[in-house]
Design a binder for this molecule. Sequence first.
Ligand code: PMP
Length: 283
Amino acid sequence: MVKILWNDRIINEEDVKIGFEDRGYQFGDGVYEVIKIYNGDVFTATEHIDRLYESADKIQLVIPYTKDVLHKMLYELIELNEVKNGQIYLQVTRGTSPRQHNFPTPAVESVLTAYTKETNRPLSQLQTGVKACFVEDMRWLRCDIKSLNLLGNVLAKQEAVSKDCFEAILHRGEVITEGSSSNMYGIKNGVLYTHPANNLILNGITRRVIFACCEEIGMPVVEEAFTKQQALEMDEFIMSSTSAEVMPIVSIDDQMIGSGTRGQWTEKLQQAFEKKIPVSVGI
Ligand code: PMP
């Protein structure tokens, strides 16, 4: 029986009760995280939990548990569900109360749910790379918040998938921001370029791991926005996320990037990343 974390209790899936006036359901009024489990261990758990509380803080949402308690509850959940390789989805909403746009008055308790699922690493795509396409970034101006409001991301991903692409590369005007559910990077002459972590992108946890990997392999990082044209002229292109890891992008809008295969810097980055995760099967 699958177990779910519901507020501070771990219970059977069918016993979870979510109100139809939950503000997450009606307004997307909440925040979330996706966290990877490798070999029964939670990868970069502290960073994800910190970011969850930061996102909550930015929308004035109070999570009524300490980070330590949440950390312990997540470990308990993966143990009970016996997840070896997979992920945790965790969200917190502003709670359930009669529908009104402004915050509930008086305030109500937030609603936390978390569940686990077994997933495989995208091993073959990590080797062959994936196709991507440009999609106009139509989202709001607080993309630094990992909010449940994902309509702009959903529509962008759908456009990519309908074009047989793995991911949408979002751009505001000519400038690349990030992916619909990932961060984006170009590599030119051995230097990694990526959009600065401001209000226009989510500062990915994988992005931070990648920066550490860059340091280890001696690749300078430049946090500077680049254009669609510059993207097409990169030697190598990658995207990153908790589930896609360090994923090579080998074509954009059907135009080949570099040699059209995974590049040497990408491979080095993947190897450095691999060393940081507790896996038994390498790429
Ligand atoms: N940007 C967006 C819009 C995302 O949804 C994600 C995935 N959650 C990322 C970047 C990558 O973040 P992370 O590496 O923490 O998964």
